[in-house]
Design a protein around this ligand. Structure first.
Ligand SMILES: Cc1ncc(COP(=O)(O)O)c(C=O)c1O
Length: 394
């Protein structure tokens, strides 16, 4: 019996994440206090009306069979929320599909719409599942560079003609992880025109649609005329309602594409635990003050961290959305990994090297706003004391 790792899995080996994780554990083992700004998991609790709805449903013995199809109340809640939030009208029966987290849907969608060898355009840098899903499905990847000078939007028309013609899928994510970039008005219209011209399916990941600052309100891709004919949007309750551990999200949009995704899922899972769907219904239909409060909390954290780092001379842009800051590696370090390792060693602060998100991520690190303001202020203070920013200055 051969125990060797299959090529698909070898392709996914993320050396940067493993190296950082091991270094963090070594540091913790010395008894050091490490401020973890690497993982994008919300540290805030869900609102009590949400957990209460889940608690009530938990006590109902009829909720313990295989759920199979989504509860109609869940699909209607998603459709109602999309209409109120974006003015997008969805048919709850055919244009909404529950997911065990958007990670799950983004992983499986490639199997639903590609054959092995089909070409998938993924953002570089981008959230790792956009790459892992196609690799596991045997599709071919084409990383589309996202550059600061283009507002971190892909230059679709500049892609080689052969790539455009072969592109079966295009993945987009605004507000984005790890870049914290937002979409420019008019860009989604260009995307729809591209999709129509080349027959490309569009996937838009809107996981951070509610985590925005300074009055900015991110749009839905589905607001764009023609978007429903060419693609899907993935959205999640993980960040919006602090339900990351409950694993509930959904895809909305083109009914044919959702039907294909549902078909793949029918082979793999038996649906979402009903008490979790009940929590999602309470979240989506209940008072939305908790969402505004959540965004305000992250905005305050952003200000503490970015203003603090900028005062030290580390010029980090202030994001308009997401729980991340995309910070350039200060001068004098040979790579984002080298800087992140030294930051851990000297300041006891962990961040993610940008190279973990694709080749174009080199030169930056991602800092997650997942600690309270006092802890973020302490991180700034430790970075100042460590001297890491001026030690290597040219
Ligand atoms: C851009 C993006 N998409 C999707 C996800 C996955 O979220 P979910 O909890 O819905 O699987 C994350 C999680 O961090 C994310 O950052």
């Amino acid at each position: 019996m051969s125990m060797s790792k299959p090529q698909r899995l070898q392709k996914l080996a993320a050396a940067v994440f493993t190296t950082m994780d091991e270094a963090r554990k070594r540091k913790l083992a010395t008894g050091a206090d490490v401020i973890n700004l690497s993982i994008g998991s919300p540290d805030l609790p869900p609102a009590s009306h949400i957990t209460e709805a889940m608690a009530q449903a938990i006590r109902d013995p009829s909720n313990y069979g295989y759920p199979m199809r989504d509860l109609p109340a869940f699909r209607e809640a998603v459709a109602g929320w999309y209409q109120r939030r974006f003015g997008v009208v969805l048919n709850p029966d055919s244009e909404v599909l529950g997911l065990t987290g958007s990670q799950e849907g983004l992983a499986h969608i490639t199997q639903a719409v590609t054959d092995p060898g089909d070409l998938v355009l993924v953002p570089d840098p981008g959230y790792p599942i956009y790459t892992a899903g196609p690799v596991l499905a045997g599709a071919e990847l084409y990383p589309v560079p996202l550059k600061a000078e283009h507002g971190y939007l892909p230059e679709l028309e500049a892609l080689p003609e052969e790539i455009k013609r072969r592109a079966r899928l295009l993945v987009l994510n605004y507000p984005s992880n790890p870049l914290a970039a937002i979409v420019r008005p008019g860009f989604f219209e260009q995307v729809v025109a591209f999709a129509r011209r080349y027959g490309t399916v569009i996937l838009h990941d809107a996981a951070y649609s509610e985590l925005s600052f300074d009055g900015y309100r991110p749009p839905s891709f589905l607001e764009t005329p023609g978007a429903m004919e060419v693609g899907l949007e993935f959205n999640s309750l993980s960040k919006t309602y602090n339900l990351a551990g409950a694993r509930i999200a959904y895809a909305v949009g083109n009914a044919r594409l959702l039907g294909l995704l549902a078909e793949v899922k029918a082979h793999l899972d038996y649906g979402l635990f009903r008490p979790i769907q009940a929590a999602a219904v309470a979240a989506l239909t209940g008072p939305q003050q908790c969402v505004a409060d959540m965004a305000t909390t992250y905005q305050r954290r952003r200000d503490v961290l970015v203003d603090g780092l900028n005062r030290l001379g580390w010029v980090v842009p202030k994001p308009k959305a997401t729980m991340f800051c995309w910070a350039p590696v200060p001068p004098g370090f040979e790579s984002s990994l080298a800087f992140a390792m030294e930051l851990l060693e000297l300041a006891g602060v962990t961040v993610v090297p940008g190279s973990g998100f694709g080749a174009m991520g080199e030169g930056h690190v991602r800092i997650a706003l997942v600690q309270n303001e006092a802890r973020l202020a302490e991180a700034v203070e430790r970075i100042a004391r460590s001297g890491i920013l001026d030690r290597h200055a040219a």
